[in-house]
Design a protein around this ligand. Structure first.
Ligand SMILES: *[C@@H]1O[C@H](CO)[C@@H](O)[C@H](O)[C@H]1NC(C)=O
Ligand SMILES: *[C@@H]1O[C@H](CO)[C@@H](O)[C@H](O)[C@H]1NC(C)=O
Ligand SMILES: *[C@@H]1O[C@H](CO)[C@@H](O)[C@H](O)[C@H]1NC(C)=O
Ligand SMILES: *[C@@H]1O[C@H](CO)[C@@H](O)[C@H](O)[C@H]1NC(C)=O
Length: 233
C-alpha cells in the first residue's frame, strides 16, 4: 500500500516517465520505472529492445577520429579518475613518470545497449563528482594507468578472458577545450604486453584539463576527469 502511494506520487511528479498501471508484484520486481536496472542488476527497460553490440559500435561518436569499421567492439567502459601533469616552466605537460591518467574502468557495454543516447553523454551523466546511474560503479572492469615509461596502459582484469592494451596515441581531436582531447589509441609496437585488444578510443570526455600555464618547474597537478573508453579487437 505504501509502495503504491509512493509510486502514485512519483507518477504525479514525473508523469512523462511513468508506465501504465501494473500489478503489485510486477511493480516490486521491475524496480523503479525511471531506473534502467532490473532486480538482477541487468539494465531493464521493459518497453525497449536493446541494441546488439554491432549496432552499438556503429553509434560510437568519432568527431573526426579514424573509422572503427575494421575492428570489433569488445567492451565499452566508463573511466573515472584523474590526469596528472608536471610543470615544465611554462606549461603543464605529461612526460615524466607519474604523469598521465589514473582511472578505474567500469563495464557499460550492456548499459549502453539499453541506453544508446548515453553514448554521447555518459561521462557527464556519471562523472567523478555525481553519477545518475550509480549501479554502473558496481561493474568494475579493470584500470587505466601510465607505465614508468609514460605509456598508457589498460588492464581489463575482470574481462572474460582478461585483456591488456599498452597503447600509443595515434590521433587526437578536441571537440571542447574544457575537456581533455578525444583519442584514438593503438597497440604499442614497442612492447608485447598487449593481449586480446588492438585499439581503443577515448571520447565523450569530461574535464581533466590542466591550468593554462605555470611557472614553477616540477610542480604537479592532478585534475579529475571522466571519459568513455571503448576497446576493440
Ligand atoms: C583500422 O582503420 C584505421 C583507420 O583507417 C587505422 O588507423 C587502423 O590502424 C586500422 N586498424 C587495424 C587493426 O587494422
Ligand atoms: C613546455 O611545454 C610546452 C607545451 O608542450 C612547450 O610549448 C614549451 O616549449 C615547453 N617549455 C619548456 C621550457 O620546455
Ligand atoms: C597522480 O596524482 C595523485 C594525486 O597527487 C596521486 O595520488 C597519484 O599517485 C598520481 N598518479 C601517478 C600515476 O603517479
Ligand atoms: C594487471 O593487473 C594484474 C592484477 O593486479 C597484475 O597482476 C598485472 O601485472 C597487471 N598487468 C599489467 C600489464 O600491468
Amino acid at each position: 500500500m505504501l509502495l503504491h502511494l509512493l509510486l502514485a506520487f512519483g507518477c504525479a511528479v514525473q508523469s512523462a516517465l511513468c508506465m501504465p498501471a501494473q500489478s503489485p508484484s510486477d511493480t516490486v520486481d521491475a524496480g523503479s520505472p525511471t531506473s534502467p536496472w532490473g532486480p538482477s542488476g541487468t539494465p531493464h527497460y521493459p518497453h525497449r529492445k536493446p541494441l546488439t553490440i554491432e549496432e552499438l559500435q556503429a553509434r560510437q561518436p568519432l568527431d573526426g577520429l579514424p573509422s572503427n569499421s575494421n575492428v570489433t567492439l569488445v567492451y565499452a567502459a566508463l573511466g573515472i579518475g584523474h590526469q596528472n601533469y608536471t610543470c615544465n616552466g611554462t606549461a603543464y605537460v605529461q612526460s615524466k613518470t607519474g604523469d598521465g591518467a589514473s582511472a578505474l574502468l567500469y563495464d557499460v557495454t550492456r548499459f549502453l545497449e539499453y541506453n544508446p543516447r548515453e553514448t554521447k553523454r555518459l561521462a557527464q551523466d556519471c562523472n567523478y563528482a555525481a553519477c545518475k546511474y550509480p549501479q554502473i560503479l558496481d561493474n568494475l572492469l579493470g584500470d587505466h594507468y601510465f607505465s614508468a615509461l609514460v605509456e598508457p596502459t589498460f588492464n581489463l582484469t575482470r574481462a572474460e578472458p582478461p585483456r591488456v592494451l599498452s597503447a600509443v596515441k595515434t590521433d587526437a581531436v578536441t571537440p571542447n577545450p574544457k575537456n581533455v582531447a578525444w583519442l584514438f589509441l593503438t597497440a604499442n609496437p614497442a612492447n608485447d604486453i598487449t593481449n586480446g585488444l588492438k585499439e581503443a578510443y577515448r571520447f565523450d570526455t569530461y574535464r581533466g584539463v590542466a591550468p593554462a600555464s605555470c611557472d614553477e618547474v616540477g610542480e604537479t597537478v592532478s585534475v579529475a576527469y571522466t571519459a568513455q573508453y571503448w576497446f576493440y579487437d
